[in-house]
Design a protein around this ligand. Structure first.
Ligand SMILES: Nc1ncnc2c1ncn2[C@@H]1O[C@H](COP(=O)(O)OP(=O)(O)OP(=O)(O)O)[C@@H](O)[C@H]1O
Ligand SMILES: [Mg+2]
Length: 451
C-alpha cells in the first residue's frame, strides 16, 4: 500500500531533455531534479518508485562519478527504487558499471519516447510486484495461526501461550473485552489441538434463553418434555472428538452451572429424559468478557466451576494496548475489503492513520474491522480520511505524573509507530524520528521493543 507508487523522478540537467522526458510521462506524477542533492532530497521526501538518472551530472558532466554517487545515494535511502540510468551512446561500460551498483536497467541516448516508456512501465510493474510480495510476506510473518494477525509483543505472548497449551487437554479460559479475538483464539486452540479432526462447536451462553440452554447443551430424548418430538443430540455430544467453545460463560445460569461442572468432572452426560450416561471426549474452551471473580463474590458464579474452567487462563489484551497492531490490522482489513469491494482506493492518509492510533477502540478488533469496511464503501477520495472513519477521538488515558515514565512511554509509542509506518525498516524509521540509526538501535534495546 505504498502511497507514492506512481511517482517518477527524472534526474536530468539538460532542460531540453528534461521537458521531453516529462512530456512523454504525463500519466505519472513527475518529480524533477538536476543534481545529486536535489535528487536525494526528492527521494527522501517522496519515495518515487522509479527514477531515470542521467549519469553525467554536474559538476562532473564529462564522467559518471557524480551519477554513480547519486545512484548509490538513492539506493541507500530507498533500496527498492528502480533506477534506470541514462547514458550517452557507446557508453555500455558505464551502463554496466551502474548496473553492478544496483541500477535496474539502462537506456542509451538519443531519447526515443516509445522505448523509454516501455522500460519505465516495466520498472513500475516490477516495483509493484515486489511491493505486493513483501506485503504478503510481512503479513504471513505476522500471522500466527488461523488468521490471527499481530506484531505486538503483547499478542505474541498470547499466541505463544495458545500454541503451548493447544496440544494438552487442559481447559482454557479466554478473558478479554468484547471484540478482542476470543473466538479466533479458541479456533486456534482447536486447529492446533489433538482433536483438530473433530468438530469445533461454539455455543453462546448469553444468546440462548435459560430454559432452552440445557437442552441445547445436553440434548433430549423423545417425549422428555412437551414439544420433544424426536430424540435430539446436544452440543456437547455433537462436539465429541472435537472442541466445545462455551462463549460468554459468565452468563451461564446458576442452575446449569452445577450440571456443567458435573460433566467437566466426570466427562459423561445424560440427555434430558434419560438416565443413560454417555461418555464424551471433548476439548473445552471457555470465554468471557466479564469479571468472574466479581460474579463469584456476588454469588452469581460458582467458585468450584471457575477453578475447573480456568486451568489455564489466557488474557487477551484490548487493542489499544497492543503496540503496532492497530495499523497492521487496519492495513490488513483495508486490503481485504478493498479487494472484495473492487474499489481503487490506495490506502489511508496521514490524518486517518493518526486518528486510528489515538482512538481508544472500545469495541476492539471488531470495531476496527467495521469502521474500515464502512470507510472503504463510503470514501470518495483516493485515500481514506479521518472523516471517513468517523472516530470520536477523545483522549484515552488518565494523566500520569512520573516524568521518566511519561517520556519512556511516549518514546516507545513514537518508535513503534514509526517502525510500523515504514513496514519495519530501521533506516527510514530513524529518519522519521529525526535520530541516527545507532541511536534508534540503542533506544530499541533500552525500551525492549521487539522489531
Ligand atoms: N488478531 C486478529 N487478526 C485478524 N482478525 C481478528 C483478530 N482479532 C479479531 N479478529 C476479527 O475480529 C472479529 C472479532 O473477533 P472475535 O469474534 O474472535 O472476538 P470476540 O472477543 O469473540 O468478540 P465478542 O466478545 O464480541 O464475541 C472477528 O471477525 C475476527 O475474525
Ligand atoms: Mg465472541
Amino acid at each position: 500500500m505504498s502511497i507514492e507508487r506512481t511517482k517518477l523522478l527524472i534526474v536530468e540537467d539538460d532542460p531540453g531533455l528534461q521537458s521531453q522526458i516529462r512530456w512523454c510521462f504525463e500519466n505519472y506524477d513527475i518529480l524533477l531534479a538536476d543534481d545529486r542533492d536535489s535528487a536525494l532530497e526528492q527521494v527522501r521526501q517522496y519515495k518515487p518508485a522509479v527514477v531515470t538518472l542521467d549519469l553525467g551530472l554536474p559538476p562532473e558532466i564529462d564522467n559518471t562519478s557524480e551519477g554513480i554517487a547519486t545512484l548509490k545515494g538513492i539506493l541507500e535511502i530507498e533500496p527498492n527504487t528502480k533506477v534506470i540510468v541514462v547514458t550517452g551512446q557507446d557508453e555500455k561500460e558505464n551502463a554496466m558499471q551502474a548496473i553492478a551498483f544496483g541500477a535496474y536497467d539502462f537506456y542509451a541516448k538519443p531519447f526515443q519516447p516509445e522505448i523509454m516508456s516501455l522500460i519505465v512501465e516495466r520498472a513500475f510493474r516490477l516495483h509493484d510486484l515486489e511491493l505486493e510480495n513483501k506485503k504478503l510476506h510481512d503479513l504471513s510473518n505476522h500471522e500466527h495461526f488461523n488468521g490471527v494477525i499481530a506484531c505486538s509483543s503483547q499478542m505474541q505472548s498470547v499466541c505463544k501461550a495458545i500454541e503451548k497449551v493447544a496440544p494438552s487437554d487442559a481447559t482454557v479460559l479466554l478473558l478479554g473485552e468484547s471484540g478482542t479475538g476470543k473466538e479466533i483464539c479458541a479456533r486456534g486452540l482447536h486447529v492446533k489441538g489433538r482433536n483438530k479432526k473433530g468438530e469445533f462447536v461454539a455455543i453462546n451462553c448469553a444468546a440462548i434463553p435459560d430454559n432452552l440452554l440445557e437442552s441445547e447443551l445436553f440434548g433430549y430424548e423423545k417425549g422428555a418434555f412437551t414439544g420433544a418430538v424426536k430424540q435430539t443430540i446436544g452440543k456437547i455430544e455433537y462436539a465429541d472428538g472435537g472442541t466445545l467453545f462455551l462463549d460468554e460463560m459468565g452468563d451461564l445460569p446458576i442452575s446449569l452451572q452445577a450440571k456443567l461442572l458435573r460433566f467437566l468432572q466426570e466427562r459423561v452426560i445424560e440427555r434430558i429424559g434419560s438416565h443413560k450416561p454417555i461418555a464424551v471426549n471433548v476439548r473445552i474452551v471457555c470465554a468471557t468478557h466479564q469479571n468472574l471473580r466479581e460474579k463469584i463474590e456476588k454469588g452469581e458464579f460458582r467458585e468450584d466451576l471457575f477453578y475447573r474452567i480456568s486451568e489455564i487462563p489466557v488474557e487477551i489484551p484490548p487493542l489499544r494496548d497492543r503496540e503496532g497492531d492497530i495499523i497492521l490490522l487496519a492495513k490488513y482489513f483495508f486490503n481485504e475489503f478493498n479487494e472484495q469491494h473492487g474499489s481503487k482506493l490506495k490506502g489511508f492518509n496521514k490524518d486517518a492513520l493518526s486518528s486510528m492510533e489515538s482512538y481508544a477502540w472500545p469495541g476492539n478488533v471488531r470495531e476496527l474491522q467495521n469502521k474500515i469496511k464502512r470507510a472503504v464503501i463510503m470514501s470518495d477520495e483516493k485515500y481514506i480520511t479521518a472523516t471517513d472513519l468517523e472516530l470520536d477521538t477523545a483522549p484515552a488515558e488518565r494523566m500520569n505524573y512520573d516524568l521518566r515514565l511519561i517520556r519512556e512511554k511516549v518514546e516507545r509509542q513514537a518508535i513503534v509507530r514509526a517502525i510500523s509506518h515504514v513496514n519495519g525498516k530501521i533506516a527510514p524509521a530513524a529518519e522519521l524520528l529525526g535520530v541516527s540509526r545507532p541511536t534508534l538501535y540503542d533506544l530499541i534495546k533500552k525500551l525492549n521493543i521487539t522489531v
